[in-house]
Design a protein around this ligand. Sequence first.
Ligand SMILES: [Fe+2]
Ligand SMILES: [Fe+2]
Length: 202
Amino acid sequence: MRNPYYESTIHRQIREKRENRKDRIKEDLMFYGNDVLKSDEMKQAFEQTHHQWSTVGEHTFRVAFSSVMICYALRKLGVKVSVPAVVIGSLCHDLGILGRSEKYSSKKECYTEHPKDSVTVARELVDELPDKTEDIIERHMWPAGDSQAPNSIEGLVVSVADKYSAVKDLVKGSEVNNTGVKNYLQNEREKIRKTIKNHKRQ
Ligand SMILES: [Fe+2]
Ligand SMILES: [Fe+2]
């Protein structure tokens, strides 16, 4: 994160707290989701476009980060949540969508079938995948389409984070280089910067 030249004590404390939380999330993802993170599927995920401006990989990471962050907030409120189930569920929730154009004949089929295919991928990547995690993945599309509602607090967390991250994908676009995905906002920002520079010169 950028280190401003001057910042007040309260701003420094907030920044440090955020950075610590980010590190904790990263540690949890690596600890519980190591098998998924090192898989070939995860590598492929960064090459497939998702939500118009992003990739499956980036969307996955956005969902995982937001899900774990919600878990920390819930724990502070005294709500018991399983971080391992949320980590595996969020990291695997869309891996079944890889190879979408060859696998599905229509958008609708992709919409309804990819959660089940993601469960299949998760079973291959994780030994003894718990039923709870399977349900998180299978029901993650809720409340969209005909998906069944989540049957656990962890499932609800991932479903909400998925919708929030889908909006983020559309607004923020891709931050990964060389994926062939157009970074809409970055291009727009560059254009605006150039226009301002040219305007100042005149
Ligand atoms: Fe999905
Ligand atoms: Fe998703």
